[in-house]
Design a protein around this ligand. Structure first.
Ligand SMILES: [Zn+2]
Length: 689
């Protein structure tokens, strides 16, 4: 068996990480020891590293079954960037390439082979008997269960693996599995002896925020602000309907935000294009239905918004889980209103599994209405208990305040009962607000006792209070009766004065121009403050350019070159030797040797300048190093005058710069010549530094 220090060595030398994340090491040890396993880890919890390191620690080739071509492409690309022999067999390759890959597999030249389930069960399984297989990893293993939400029939044939390869360990992995699905995976895969590993579902770097009852206009403003809080950073916005994704993207584009649309109704080629552009940072924001993001490993998504309430906590958690995979902060915001509940209830009623889906939707609503730490609710849902508040959700930041809303609730309940429960939300509010709408008048509701009893409360606040009443179970919606409101038994108790009720005080974002400017100012000040304390954002941006250039050269997504986290480490630690560069978070030997020098050049060029020059003088040399130019071009331009003859004016300027105490390097920058040229001219003129 591999020793722990050997595994650590693989982790460091190939992937550049100093330590394993929770459970990874145990899982890898267990697999290398020949054991089968079921691995439950949240998205972004480091699932793939479990089979990747196992594969590198074992003789032979690991076979990874994955249903998502884009995910395969992503992982294979990332492995290759680390110098690891990985390949993918799938329908997007041409058959010549696939044949070539198969030959290399049989010759033992491939260390990790990614394959789609269709291809594996459609003939490859028997061909692989001729190869030396180290392990089978079944990604998205919940697809094998008809209980799960992504059932794929071809997965059920994977059960044969155990018979055909009795000595090869099997690792089944999933980010989402309830109890029944879990048992089903073990049974269908014939690995009932497997050890189950469940890692914490906690993702503390994802902030949680819920905004309730926003109008479409408020939502748009709030989302635009969210995007502006993350200039140049990627984000995903999930919508319930295809049409909404298109409309929202249109509005965001009008705000000047590079936005793409992704949903199942678009042709494959268009979806691929949008996905590729997003991965390559050409599109900043994606508006999509749930279909998006299944297959991408983009690690630097910095915000995720839900334009509508998701249908279950599983979906919600999986979707926000696509943010912040590099472990850096990611902001998540969930918008929800009554319309969402009505639409989702309709889906539930039309779905095959009404009871299960209704239960799931109700748990999702409870989350959105929570008055306690939201993370505790999420973790509790996944069977983990947490005894402390997270400090990174809106409830923790601003605990909701309540007021005695008994009379207010009674007014609403009374209005509903006096119409013999024949009205929906809009009419209820019309009656309470004393609005002589044609429907109110024609049905005689302007003559009931509660007409205008709540005229002091704005329309949208009533909307919110009714929503709270629904959540607290005082009213229910009769979906089969034109969505009329019924008063529940509990509601009647409130109406007859047997209970007092606390309602949550409504808090809304202030979208006035003044408030927005104030917030922008605060954000900017905060950013400068944070940057000053921890790292140099100017250098960070320069390093980002280097990364972009290398990514473009190799046709890789930027994060495959280096993650944001690695880049931040470089900007803070400013390594100027290859050894120090290689010791930076997330940088393995292969990356160090392949492009360490390019990053170091930029750091070296930047760091000493920064020490000597005051900030405003930096501005004078900034135009030379234009962002759009490549490093070599900038070098050329920087020293463009290196061999130009010296004029008297030049000499005088040189004397002045020396007199002012600038170091040679800066003088070289100012004069667009190299250090050597400056030194020899100084010698000639008899100037000493
Ligand atoms: Zn919290």
């Amino acid at each position: 068996m591999m020793e722990i220090k050997d595994l650590k060595h693989i982790l460091k030398s190939q992937f550049g990480y100093d330590s394993f994340r929770p459970m990874q090491e145990e899982i890898i040890q267990h697999t290398i020891g020949g054991g089968n396993s079921l691995v439950l880890m949240p998205t972004g919890g480091g699932k793939s590293l479990c089979f990747q390191i196992s594969a590198l620690g074992m003789e032979g080739m690991a076979v990874i079954v994955s249903p998502l071509i884009s995910l395969m492409k992503d992982q294979v690309g990332a492995l290759k960037a680390n110098g690891i022999a990985a390949e993918a067999l799938n329908s997007s390759n041409d058959e010549g390439l696939n044949r070539d890959i198969i030959n290399r597999c049989l010759e033992g030249k491939v260390k990790l082979l990614y394959i789609s389930p269709e291809r594996l069960v459609g003939g490859m399984m028997h061909l692989l008997l001729q190869a030396h297989i180290s392990l089978f990893a079944i990604d998205e293993a919940h697809c094998i269960s008809s209980w799960g939400h992504d059932f794929r029939p071809e997965y059920t044939q994977l059960g044969q693996l155990r018979e055909l390869f009795p000595d090869v360990p099997i690792m089944a992995l999933t980010a989402t599995a309830d109890k029944i699905t879990k048992q089903d995976i073990l049974k269908q895969m014939n690995i009932e002896d497997a050890q189950t590993f469940i890692s914490s579902f906690d993702r503390p770097n994802l902030s949680l925020d819920v905004k309730r009852g926003y109008s479409a206009r408020e939502k748009l403003r709030s989302i635009v602000e969210l995007i502006h809080r993350h200039p140049g950073e990627s984000g995903i916005i999930y919508c319930l309907a295809r049409k909404t994704t298109e409309e929202l993207a249109d509005k965001l584009q009008k705000e000047g935000i590079a936005t793409g649309v992704y949903h199942a109704g678009l042709p494959n080629s268009e979806r691929d294009r949008v996905q590729d552009d997003f991965v390559a940072d050409k599109i900043q924001v994606i508006c999509d239905t749930i279909a998006f993001g299944m297959g991408i490993d983009k690690s630097n998504v910095r915000f995720v918004a839900h334009y509508n309430l998701p249908k279950s906590i599983e979906s919600f958690y999986q979707e926000i889980g696509r943010g912040g995979r590099d472990g850096l902060p990611c902001e998540t915001v969930l918008y929800y209103n009554l319309g969402d509940i009505i639409t989702l209830r309709k889906f539930v009623d039309e779905s095959g599994q009404r009871e299960i889906n209704l239960e799931k939707l109700q748990r999702m609503q409870e989350y959105a209405e929570a008055q306690v730490c939201r993370r505790r609710i999420l973790l509790n849902y996944f069977g983990e208990t947490s005894d402390k508040d997270c400090g990174n959700c809106d409830v923790c930041h601003m605990p909701p305040s309540t007021f005695d809303g008994t009379v207010l609730v009674q007014k609403a309940l009374s209005a509903i009962l006096r119409t013999e429960e024949q009205i929906g939300f809009t009419l209820t509010i019309d009656i309470l607000r004393g609005n002589f709408s044609p429907e109110v008048v024609s049905r005689g509701y302007d003559r009931i006792k509660t007409f205008a009893a709540g005229r002091d409360i704005p329309y949208r606040d009533w909307h919110d209070y009714l929503l709270q009443m629904l959540q607290m179970g005082f009213i229910e919606i009769a979906y089969n009766e034109d969505r009329h409101i019924h008063v529940t038994e509990l509601g009647k108790k409130v109406l007859y004065g047997k209970r007092t009720i606390q309602l949550a005080v409504i808090s809304r974002e202030d979208f006035s121009v003044k408030a927005r400017r104030q917030r922008q100012k605060e954000n900017a000040a905060k950013a400068i403050d944070e940057a000053g304390k921890s790292e140099d954002m100017e250098l960070f941006n320069k390093l980002k350019e280097v990364r972009k250039r290398i990514a473009d050269e190799h046709h890789w997504p930027a994060y495959v070159v280096l993650s944001d986290k690695s880049l931040h480490h470089l900007a803070i630690e400013m390594p100027t030797t290859l050894v120090a560069f290689g010791n930076t978070f997330g940088i393995g030997e292969h990356k160090r040797d392949s492009f360490g020098a390019e990053f170091i050049d930029v750091i070296k060029e930047y760091a000493p300048t920064k020490e000597v020059l005051p900030f405003d003088e930096m501005a004078t040399i900034a135009p030379v190093t234009e962002k759009s130019l490549s490093y070599m071009e900038r070098q050329k331009q920087l020293h463009a005058k290196a061999y130009a003859p010296w004029t008297d004016e030049d000499d005088n300027w040189l004397k002045q710069l020396v007199k002012d105490g600038h170091p040679i390097k800066d003088i070289a920058s100012f004069m667009e010549r190299n250090n050597g040229a400056i030194k020899s001219r100084m010698k000639k003129l008899g100037i000493e530094l």
